[in-house]
Each structure stands twice: as structure tokens, then as C-alpha cells.
Design a protein. Sequence first.
Length: 328
Amino acid sequence: MAKSAEDAGDPVELRVGERVIRLSSPDRVYFAERGETKRDLAEYYLSVGDGIVRALRDRPCMLHRFPKGVSGKKVHQKRLPAGAPDWVETVELWFPRFGRTADELCVTELGSVIWAVQMSTVEFHPWNSRRDDPESPDEWRIDLDPMPDCPFSRIQHVAHTVEEVLDELGIRGFPKTSGGRGLHIYVRIVPEWGFTQVRRAALAFAREVQRRAPDDVTTTWWRKDRDPAAVFVDYNQNTRDHTMASAYSVRGNPRGTVSAPVAWSEIDDIVPDDFTIATMPVRFAALGDLHADIDDVAHRLDQLLDWADRDDLDFPTDSRDEIIDMDR
């Protein structure tokens, strides 16, 4: 007899290293385009285990949960969901804007990822700092964000300009698709500066990219004032508590796209929609983690901060020195 749409299946147990994790509703369809289920989502994360753990390790992590699948309501979860086993690790963070703390998930092993999937997590959004010093970022994020009328070919063109500037600075960047229409480039940095300084360095870099590709790039602060066909080099993603989907994170859309690490040599040929939970396991098995070396070198931001001083760069803040969130 065929199962009804409400029949999500009996719980199953998944062994993840030393952990056994009970997965409820394993047959619930999460991604409508091909019919992948909650269990398929868990199996995907198991297949890219080394990569997702490397991307999340020791970072405070906000969870995007979809209890009824991605066609249902999304829950943005800062606090660790109730009922976590004692081996799931957290970090306590202070949120000045709300005057309270929250214990956020800190992934230290693959079991933490699969437990989060059991709690209906689809997307993992880590901070760009680690729990031993949450106020000192060790990751600079370059977000190539397409405006509504921007073709992906323009993103690809700007990515090469980003690579050129990074090469001249002696900095190695690690690109990935966003899981949507954009590209991200991550750079490990020495955790010597706070969020405001890292963001200021990111703005200086964005302005240099704009100088070299003025017809393609915008760094305009307000969304309403941006060219709708341009690439916004979004330095705002380096603001405290602004998070992005990690490498290997699935995105909450019916196709089940993935934020996929790519090689610089692939940029001209990639089609972001090709990276999904259906295709990534084979790619990962063949190529391994293209970000495997990301922690090998931590770069300094001195030259970018010198550029920021030279150009007298600044940005609006409120009275608590928290960045005003314009677009959300």
C-alpha cells in the first residue's frame, strides 16, 4: 500500500562514529523537486562529513530549521534546541542588542551535525570566529552578491578580479558557491582584530575590486541605490553575528542546492544549480574537500587596513557600535 503524505516513517538509528543518533520521521519529504527525504539529508551530510565538520568546527552556529521540509515554515534558531545530548557542545554568546545571552551549537564532530539534522536543521550558518575567542574573527568573508538583474557571468568575471587582487596581496582565498546565485570566497586571518576592523578591511578590499571592475561592481551602502545589474561585494557579511551558509551546507529550497567549494580553475564553467544533495556526494568522493588546506595559513590584514586609513573609510553604526542592518 502506498504511504500517505503524512506517513513520515518509523524512526531509524544512524551510527556516526561513536554515536548512535535516532532519526525520527526519516521518510518525510524535505526537497520536493526530486523527493529527497530527511534521511537523504542526513546521508548527504554523512557523505561530506570531513568537509562540513571542517567548515563548522568550534564556530558558534545558527541553525535554519524546517520541521516540515523546506516548503514549510523556517525557524531561525540561535539557541541550541531543547533535548540535546550532553555530548553536543555549545558556546555562550552575548547579544547586546537584545540584552541577553544564548547558547549556540558548536560543532566538534560529525555527530553534532547529524543530531542537528534530527532536529530538522537544513542550513548551517556559522560565525566567522571560534568559541575560544568569539570576538576575534579568524575568517574574512568576501560575498559576491548579485543584484536582481545581474547574470551569473558577471559574478564569474568579478571573481577573477577578486582572485587577482588576492594574489597581489599574497593571500589565498577559497571560493565556494553560495547555494544560490552568488559566490563566496573565504580567507583565514590571524585573529588579531575585532569585527569592526575586519569589516573595514573587507570594505577596503571591496573598493579596490570596484576600482578595477567599475562597470560590474557596486559597494553602495543602501540597496535601493545599487545598480540592479551589478555585483555587490558585500563587506557587511563580516559584521558581528552576521552569518552565511557554510561550505557544504544545504540550502532551504526544493532543489536541495549546496554551498559547494570549487577550484578557481572551475569558476568559468560552473553552474551553481548543478551542486545539490544528489550530486555532491559523488563529487566529494572523487575530489575530497577542496577547502582541506584552508586552516594551513592565516593571513594578516595590515595592508587592507592601511588602504582603509588612506581612503578614510567608515560606515554607519548605532550608539552601541553595532552595525545597522539595512536589508533584513
